[in-house]
Write a protein that binds this ligand. Structure first.
Ligand SMILES: [Ca+2]
Length: 170
């Protein structure tokens, strides 16, 4: 017998000992990351700067993202707040005075692979000197085919509200 034979036996014994007895859960506390949707802030900031626009500025855009990724499209409900009036100071396609719904599609990725959707706010001029108006958009709920997702970063209040300041031009 030569040593290669023993080496081979040794390797087989070693490999078979690896088997399925190794249970990763004994070594790591594995927990599924809770999914959430939140407004996208530049960089990794947890604070979203107010979006400053004038009433003749055309369109303001805020982005809603799902950094945790999603296996199916996410339906996101949002509410409007502030003293900006829907239909007078701004409008959003498909929305009503209280708010609306936007879909974060599973297949729409940005460069860092986060599913995201742009919410476009059309600004309206009114020909009236009515001062600066504030519009807040607050994420209320989100769900995909797998179930409910949290809103705000990691389910907190961070990045759950976007504020648009609409300056008067009259
Ligand atoms: Ca005005």
């Amino acid at each position: 017998m030569n040593y290669k034979y023993f080496l081979l036996l040794f390797c087989i014994a070693l490999l078979s000992s690896c088997g399925n007895e190794y249970d990763i859960n004994e070594y790591f506390d594995l927990e599924e990351l809770p999914g959430y949707v939140a407004f996208d802030a530049p960089g990794n900031s947890a604070v979203l700067d107010d979006v400053m626009v004038t009433e003749d500025g055309g369109t303001a855009t805020v982005t809603i993202e799902c950094p945790t990724g999603t296996l199916s499209d996410i339906t996101v409900d949002y509410d409007f707040g502030g003293d900006a009036v829907f239909g007078t100071d701004f409008t959003v396609a498909g929305a009503s005075a209280s708010g609306g719904t936007i879909t974060v599609r599973q297949k729409d990725f940005d460069v860092v692979n986060r599913s995201n959707a742009d919410l476009e706010i059309e600004l309206l001029t009114d020909g009236v000197a009515d001062g600066t108006k504030t519009l807040t958009i607050t994420l209320v709920s989100a769900s995909n085919a797998e179930g409910a997702l949290a809103v705000g970063r990691g389910g907190t209040d961070y990045l759950s509200t976007a504020t648009v300041i609409i300056e008067d031009i009259d």
